[in-house]
Design a protein around this ligand. Sequence first.
Ligand SMILES: Cc1cc2nc3c(=O)[nH]c(=O)nc-3n(C[C@H](O)[C@H](O)[C@H](O)COP(=O)(O)O)c2cc1C
Length: 341
Amino acid sequence: MENNKLSQYLLKDLAIKDKIIHNRLVLAPMAGLGHIALRQLISEFGGFGLLFTGMCSAKAVPYENPKVSPVFNWRQKELEYLVCQIFGSEPESMAKAAVRIEKEGFFGVDLNFGCSVAAICKKGSGAALLKDPDLSSKIVKSVRESVSIPVFVKFRLGWDNDPQFAVDMARRFEDAGADALTFHPRIAPDRRNRPPLWDVITLVRQAVKIPVFGNGNLFLAEDGIKMIEQTSCHGLSVGRMAVARPWLFAQWTKKFSPGEDIFYTTAVRLAQILLDHYTDHFSVKLFKKFSPYFCANFKFGHHILKKLNRAQTMDDIKNNLDSIFESTPATLLRPNLNLFL
Ligand SMILES: Cc1cc2nc3c(=O)[nH]c(=O)nc-3n(C[C@H](O)[C@H](O)[C@H](O)COP(=O)(O)O)c2cc1C
């Protein structure tokens, strides 16, 4: 498949429950990275089918005030293509959160069965749920019965390297009423250090009738082509690389060609958008979360990151960006994964 075949594939309609998306390339949920400002930046480039929020606590969602919450917030315009991800461990609270999400007008709700961070797993949420398949089914069923918007499930390989477990879970999720799956083929203790096992995406894809989005280590268009050819997945879910290159969706689907100044203009634009939504202090915090991924684009990214991290205020960040881009830093085609956390 060549690059323009990739865009043709990605731009084919896909039905998710009773809704149709016209683009199968989506932003993966990422806490601390996929916030309202990054999503606005990505939306300005376009080229995606859906965007996912970072995970929101199901217990908190029914009571959140979007005017003050840093995570359960959105622009009205994005709701038609925005899926809100929730984490939790109780069928009732997950269902209650989903009801609020439907009421607010989101495209869909996504249930987190993949997060392996200790703080989340300790509470029995995220990937910990994969240790209790019956409870996992109950959660999906309870959400399904409570809302009519599409219900997505994002999950991992599990806790042991057993592809059959992933296949069984995929069937369970489908039987419980999930409308689409995003599968990240790594075991939970792996975080993101070892390569994802794309072959297991193939097995999951073959096991269910609902759409399966493949996820894990999609960096360049050729990786997207390879994943589609290897796994026959229905769509692609891109995480970290969309932070490093927010124009990636436009590049893969609309043949958008970034110019030489894309790195500078994108970082400056993100800084502006952050300030439109957050205080200076919080904007600095979020910009510093974005920085390692952004710096992974450069040959001497560690050096650039050090410079950016010295900032205390958003003015410092802008000044640092101006000084870094006075000369043109050498870029890398494949990002420096040492900087991807
Ligand atoms: C900083 C960070 C935060 C993440 N937060 C979430 C999350 O809230 N929910 C979730 O399902 N996955 C989360 N993920 C996992 C991503 O959705 C994705 O599965 C993973 O990064 C692999 O995809 P990639 O190689 O395209 O980045 C997170 C990943 C990163 C790097």
